[in-house]
Design a protein around this ligand. Structure first.
Ligand SMILES: *Cc1c(COP(=O)(O)O)cnc(C)c1O
Length: 370
């Protein structure tokens, strides 16, 4: 029988560490620490230490981390936030939820992240925050982004939802901007068993504000200083994340090995582009995304041969029905807009075997000459 290749296999990961996970969940149930509490505090400390930041505040999801992060940076009605259109829709939702307006700049063609050369032209007197997305596991080009932000008195929020453990010149994702948003959605490089997220920062004031905002704007129970929300992290999610964090570096290394295997095997196939790694940066391959004019042909051929793939994302945000107000902006970000028809995400997770990778590439070669 032909080798099947799933796009993602969370069960294989669970099987590799079942005892640790089960024990962690049992501890939470035995101490009835379900919403916030000691398991969340422990994970927050571990995550801040891992990222190299002073603070990490657990919240309900990556989407909430982005939204509360923007609020804590003072973003609101009348402000503009500069970001990229080639992202998961949550980045843009979070901006709109604060009452601010998204302003899109294009991505760079090789790394799929914000092109910093386009920032100057996008800045107006209303710009408040720059929101780069560390797309597919590779950090955006943070030096020029931070430099431009500082020279205009702007703050930077990193969307690090796909970049757990990635580095930029030795600095971990989440530690470079004024604050960063992480998602622990199950399929991310560090994934919970449900919804969870976090904001990291070195700024005490921002950390304090997020802690209030995620818990009904209170510092003390039933004393509400701000209009907040309920976005606490679950104890069970925190326990799962603490257990998994011990394996994150190994998993990311396995992803990097798989990426280089794909890279070697796909080399020389002129009809497609493999992901480009920025110098002195550690890409953690949340997704392994190739780009080809014959994307749909390749995807169809793989599907017919029991290999799952994904498309991230099939329609650029500026072309989505709910975001038609930004359609005109989409015409000014042609690289991102057009990339939606070219990109294909290949199977990528730590437990993938060399035989599976060879099978995927063999089928891509056959599919291309089909
Ligand atoms: C996953 C993701 C989010 C949203 O995170 P959730 O935890 O699903 O709310 C935001 N931005 C990017 C780039 C993501 O990949």
């Amino acid at each position: 029988m032909a080798i099947q290749v799933r796009f993602l296999d969370l069960k294989a990961q669970y099987d590799s560490m079942k005892e640790e996970i089960d024990a962690g969940i049992r501890d939470v149930i035995n101490s009835s620490a379900f919403a916030g509490g000691p398991f969340v505090e422990r994970f927050e400390e571990e995550w801040a230490e891992y990222c190299g930041t002073r603070y990490s505040v657990g919240v309900g999801s990556g989407t909430d981390a982005l939204w509360l992060g923007l609020l804590a940076l003072g973003v609101g009605e009348g402000d503009e936030v500069i970001t990229v259109p080639n992202t998961f829709v949550a980045t843009v939702e979070a901006i709109l939820r604060t009452g601010a307006t998204p302003v899109f700049v294009d991505m760079d063609k090789v790394h799929y992240t914000m092109d910093p050369r386009l920032l100057e032209n996008a800045i107006t007197s209303n710009t408040r925050v720059i929101l780069p997305v560390h797309m597919f596991g590779q950090m955006a080009d943070m030096d020029p982004i931070m430099e431009t932000a500082r020279s205009h008195g702007l703050r930077v929020l990193e969307d690090a939802c796909q970049a757990h453990g990635a580095t930029y010149q030795g600095k971990r994702a989440g530690s470079v901007g004024d604050a960063a948003a992480f998602s622990f959605y199950p399929g991310k490089n560090l994934g919970a068993y449900g919804e969870a997220g976090a904001v990291t920062t070195n700024n005490e004031e921002i950390a304090k504000k997020i802690k209030m905002l995620r818990n009904h704007g209170q510092t003390k129970k039933y004393y509400h200083e701000l209009v907040g929300w309920n976005s606490r992290m679950d104890g069970i999610q925190a326990a799962v994340l603490s257990a998994k964090l011990r394996h994150l570096d190994d998993w990311n290394e396995a992803r990097r090995r798989h990426a280089s295997e794909y890279g070697v095997l796909l080399d020389g196939l002129g009809a497609l582009q493999v992901p480009g790694e920025r110098n002195s940066c550690r890409h953690v391959y949340h997704l392994y995304v190739i780009s080809s004019e014959n994307r749909d042909g390749i995807a169809g051929y793989l599907r017919d041969n029991a290999v799952e793939t994904g498309i991230h994302y099939p329609i650029s945000v500026t072309k989505q029905k709910a975001y038609c107000a930004f359609a005109e902006q989409g015409t000014r970000t042609p690289i991102a807009t057009d990339s939606a028809a070219l990109m294909l995400s290949l199977p990528m997770y730590a437990e993938l075997s060399t035989a599976q990778i060879e099978r995927v590439v063999h089928l891509i070669r056959k599919g291309l000459s089909h």
